[in-house]
Design a protein. Structure first.
Lengths: 400, 276
């Protein structure tokens, strides 16, 4: 190398007095270009110039909610570890800017093994950004996230520890489904027969040799799920997995998620559709505008945020109203000739009516749906109000 | 899950506690060989490299009778037959760009980095696989172009054989030139990431810079033009190395390799710093 440089300089000296100057000029231009690109990058991501301290040095990373922070170092990476408490995602203080826009704001949560954790939020709330940060694809400005007690970058066999469906259509259109899976499998020494297994598992065996460009959105979605399952990992993440699936496909995904959690895996699923999560999730992590709104079991979320009431109908409504008020309930007109009672259980309302010898025509608990609870809890946290309304129909919102 | 990886992980080569370079090389080979653009661009490389060489040598053979003695003395049959290589660089450059930019445009780059979080390994593996393929194809194209060209010139003009001085160097130089330019395109694609912009930049370096160099004051022209790939390439595919040529073939190749290495280095630094 030194002789090469020497030759260049010698030749330069022989053939023209500009030679050395030109070499210097080329190096200078290269340096300027590199600096400009770097500055632009910094401005875009708002990334501080110094590196973040490694997660382990951060004092504020206690195990929360009983989720064990188990070091991955004593386990044998690459081997199948028992699916116990260590299979978790732990996010602590995740913060991410894109330019001036704050996409994720000091977000902390846990994903536990053996359960489906729903990741809920309106479109643009920062769900996908958070998932990319978990996968080490986007670097957080502050905070950190651990998978299996380690940063994603340090995983020994990433595909065998974490499987993810991030974007369903992220496939080269000219590559076949089998080739797409095989090129990923090879990096983590996953045997070829596993490719056929996951193709079979998602029902794509018959089209394994077709180029992915011919796939429908539903088929791409299934291929994305096959990628996630490829390494048989203990942690699974799915970003909006039911998009583009028909009702059969949606039911299939729902069952798959339940089954994966039943096998002891940590399953993390994002959705902007509450009804979907109500049927699938055990836990919910709800975010709005990048901030954590709730992290709790799904029943608790529904109960806490719902305005459950007892619906009563009676031919002697006036007397019943005053009796219930005396018993400590708050009574409101629910329309269509019934009243809504809050602050009293259904049993108590029945007792009050019995004690006052009042006939009831209807006595029912009216619980708010998860949808209502979600709307309630994210009120004011919706980034694009009009856009999110249009988006309830998935990608169709853009179609008009 | 009906089966697990329990038994299979070991026999698949689970000797290490971490994924390694071998698997990534294999993955990059699979990527390169399972898309049609690879076939088309390599085919274009062969057609342009061999076809243009045949056209140039045919023209030389036809005009030989009318050439001046000075022109006849300067005639290099090796260079004439390898002239197509200097245009085949475009096709190789397009492949070099696509190998990277197609991953970004389709989003597969995120799957790639999910499987291999240590991103520079991917850059190096891509450069190795693409480099070997380019070198093999480039050398074959050079050799075939040389043999066909000499066949066309035979009987009409002086011809060269592989054992003549400098001919082996020039013919292998054709493949090495394509290798260096292909890796330069690969490096640019890591920096720019967008197919159209990366190809434009590559074409600009090859064809716009010479024009700019031309319109500058003449004292600058020769000083700048001798650093340009086309000038270096012409020397690399010539059997006769004149002392007046700006850089010798090996110095020129070293310079081209340095360009490619610089582009890959900048691309690698950006790769680590930027979000995927």
């Amino acid at each position: 190398m030194l002789t090469t440089v020497g030759t260049i300089l010698a030749v330069g000296g022989r053939h023209g007095r500009h030679g050395l100057r030109i070499v210097a000029l080329v190096l200078l231009v290269a340096a300027v270009v590199a600096i400009v690109l770097w500055m632009r990058h910094r401005r875009r991501t708002g990334k501080p110039s110094h590196a973040e301290p490694p997660l382990g040095d951060q004092p504020d990373l206690p195990a929360r909610s009983g989720a064990g922070v188990v070091s991955g170092s004593d386990g044998k990476p690459g081997r199948r570890r028992p699916r116990g408490e260590e299979n978790t995602i732990e996010a602590r203080g995740l913060t991410k800017h894109y330019g001036e826009k704050l996409a994720v704001d000091d977000l902390s949560f846990d994903v536990r093994p053996g359960s489906v954790t729903g990741f809920l939020g309106p479109n643009g709330a920062g769900k996908s950004t958070t998932m990319r940060m978990i996968m080490g694809l986007d670097a957080p400005d502050r905070g950190a996230v651990r998978v299996h007690g380690r940063s994603y970058h340090d995983l020994g066999w990433p595909l065998r520890e974490v499987g993810a469906l991030l974007e369903a259509d992220a496939i080269h259109p000219g590559r076949t489904a089998r080739a797409h899976l095989w090129m990923l499998a090879r990096t983590n020494h996953i045997p070829r027969r596993r490719v056929d297994e996951v193709l079979d598992l998602v029902g794509l065996t018959s089209v394994a040799h077709q180029r992915a460009g011919q796939f429908s959105l539903g088929m791409s979605q299934r291929l994305g799920i096959a990628v996630a399952l490829l390494g048989d990992p203990g942690v699974l993440m799915f970003d909006e997995p039911v998009n583009g699936l028909d009702t059969d496909g949606i039911r299939w995904v729902r069952q798959l998620l339940r089954r994966l959690a039943g096998e002891g895996r940590a399953v993390f699923v994002s959705s902007h559709l509450m009804s979907e999560m109500a049927l699938t999730a055990d836990q919910v992590v709800v975010i709005g505008k990048g901030r954590l709104i709730a992290e709790m079991p799904i029943e608790e979320f529904t109960t806490k945020n719902s305005h459950a009431y007892v619906r009563v109908r009676s031919p002697r409504l006036g007397e019943l109203r005053s009796a219930l008020t005396r018993a400590g309930g708050s009574v409101a007109d629910a329309g269509d000739g019934s009243i809504a009672v809050r602050g009293l259980s259904r049993e108590r309302v029945g007792e009050v009516a019995w004690n006052n010898a009042l006939l009831l025509h209807e006595l029912a608990t009216q619980s708010a749906s998860l949808e209502e609870a979600f709307v309630e809890s994210t009120e004011g946290d919706v980034e694009f109000s009009s856009a999110s309304t249009a988006d309830t129909g998935g990608k169709d919102g853009d179609r008009r | 899950m009906t089966t697990t990886l329990d038994g299979t992980a070991q026999d698949a080569g689970d000797r290490d506690d971490r994924y390694g370079f071998g698997g990534i090389l294999g993955s990059e080979w699979t990527k390169l060989t399972t898309v049609r653009s690879t076939v088309w661009t390599l085919l274009a490389t062969a057609v342009v490299g061999i076809g243009l060489g045949a056209i140039v040598t045919s023209a030389q053979a036809a005009r030989w009778a009318s050439r001046s003695p000075v022109a006849r003395a300067a005639f290099d049959p090796t260079r004439s037959s390898l002239a197509g290589v200097l245009f085949a660089q475009l096709a190789i450059g397009v492949l070099g760009v696509l190998v990277v930019s197609a991953e970004y445009s389709t989003g597969t780059i995120r799957a790639t980095f999910s499987a291999v979080p240590r991103r520079p390994l991917v850059l190096v593996a891509k450069a190795c696989v693409f480099g070997v393929v380019t070198l093999v194809v480039g050398e074959i194209v050079s050799l075939v172009a040389f043999l066909i060209g000499q066949g066309i010139l035979s009987g009409k003009t002086p011809t060269a054989v592989l054992s003549d001085p400098g001919v082996i160097r020039a013919v292998s130089g054709g493949g090495l030139y394509l290798l260096a330019l292909g890796l330069l395109a690969l490096g640019l694609a890591w920096i720019i990431r967008v197919t159209a912009a990366a190809i434009s930049t590559f074409v600009g370096i090859l064809f716009i810079l010479p024009i700019i160099a031309d319109v500058l004051p003449s004292s600058f022209t020769s000083d700048i033009s001798r650093f340009l790939p086309a000038t270096i390439g012409t020397v690399m595919i010539s059997a006769h190395y004149h002392g007046t040529d700006p850089f010798g073939p090996w110095t020129g190749f070293a310079l081209l390799s340095a360009y490619a290495a610089l582009a890959l280095l900048v691309g690698g630094v950006l790769l680590v710093r930027r979000d995927a």
